[in-house]
Design a protein around this ligand. Structure first.
Ligand SMILES: [Zn+2]
Length: 323
């Protein structure tokens, strides 16, 4: 990677400001950077590393030190598991041995990507280093699934949650990347406030289709003849898993709007807000349950057409039962 995709947005994030305070005062020994958006976690770490090593401590992205970080050849920076696979104890053993060797600059920085994929032996090995951290060593753990981390590790690291960005911020980040207006809006609407997710959506023509179909399904389902019309739709039958996944995201966002929780619903766009007006909270919750049941059935190889039929009728029923 030679430059950061979301540099400006991440520099303005709450998470970055929190860490900047540490940079000014004193860096801790270990941090967990938490978000399900693992590509963005990696990028956020790169921003932190440039901030630590930058000649002007500003993550300028132009000086020699920033250049080395961006090109992956900084002598005091090591990245473990860049591709995000399972991490065995050997990889952590290499890290802990290396951490004992003196640095060039006075600070040595390690980043373990998807640290939640460390097995227990690997986590316990790392714990020993966290208990007695060598001087000048800082370890960052990129974590998608916080519950996979041992409590003993959590208690020895400072946890920083990446921001859930609001809809406008995500949309603007997409526009900055040259994404067209409509696609940027759609990507922001479906992103759940995550930059990396929005970018993936913006680049996937399929996703736009699925999303539009999910919205029209919820909008258009008002009588049983609609079910008959819908249940042969190719998107439902051929991309069933993906479609149900997108449908669940739409419903969860509708629920966030209904719940009037300003934090949870910040990233939700106008289309979903309008759609949510037509459903009660109870109806939305029940439909989410119905979709989960349908997904379980499909995972057991039950007939797709029959499952979709029954799902659509139950959604229709739920919509009106809980008006
Ligand atoms: Zn610099």
């Amino acid at each position: 990677m030679s430059e950061l995709v979301f540099e400006d947005t991440l520099k303005n994030s709450r998470a970055y400001h929190l860490l900047s305070n540490d940079f000014r005062l004193e860096l801790g020994h270990a941090y967990m950077l938490v978000s399900p958006d693992d590509d963005t976690v990696k990028e956020f770490f790169t921003l932190i590393a440039t901030t630590i090593f930058c000649e002007t401590k500003s993550a300028c992205m132009h000086c020699n030190e920033c250049g080395k970080v961006l090109h992956g050849n900084h002598p005091d920076l090591a990245i473990v598991n860049a591709i995000g696979e399972n991490i065995k104890v050997e990889a952590i053993k290499d890290l802990t041995e290396d951490a004992g060797i003196k640095s060039f600059s006075g600070t040595k920085v390690y980043y373990i990507h998807r640290a939640d994929l460390m097995n227990t032996a690997a986590q316990n090995k790392l714990l020993k280093t966290l208990e007695e951290p060598p001087k000048g060593v800082v370890i960052f753990l990129g974590v998608s699934n916080e519950s996979a981390m041992l409590d003993t590790i959590k208690s020895r690291t400072r946890t920083v949650y990446l921001d859930i960005f609001d809809n406008d911020t995500v949309k603007n980040a997409m526009l900055d990347l040259g994404v067209g207006e409509d696609t940027a809006s759609l990507a922001a609407d479906c992103s759940e406030g995550m930059l990396g997710k929005a970018y993936k959506i913006a680049k996937s023509p399929d996703y736009a289709n699925l999303y539009t179909s999910a919205l029209s399904l919820l909008k258009g389902l008002s009588r049983s003849t609609d079910v008959v019309a819908l249940d042969h739709s190719p998107v439902l039958l051929k991309q069933t898993d993906e479609f149900l996944n997108v449908l669940s995201i739409v419903l969860r966002d509708m629920l966030a709007v209904k719940g009037n929780n300003p934090v949870l619903s910040r990233h939700v766009g106008l289309q979903i807000r309008t759609l949510a007006d037509g459903f009660s909270m109870k109806a939305i919750s029940e439909i989410i349950l119905l979709i989960n049941q349908a997904r379980r059935k499909l995972s057991l190889n039950v007939n797709v057409q029959a499952t979709i039929d029954s799902l659509l009728f139950s959604i229709l029923e739920a919509k009106y039962k809980w008006q």
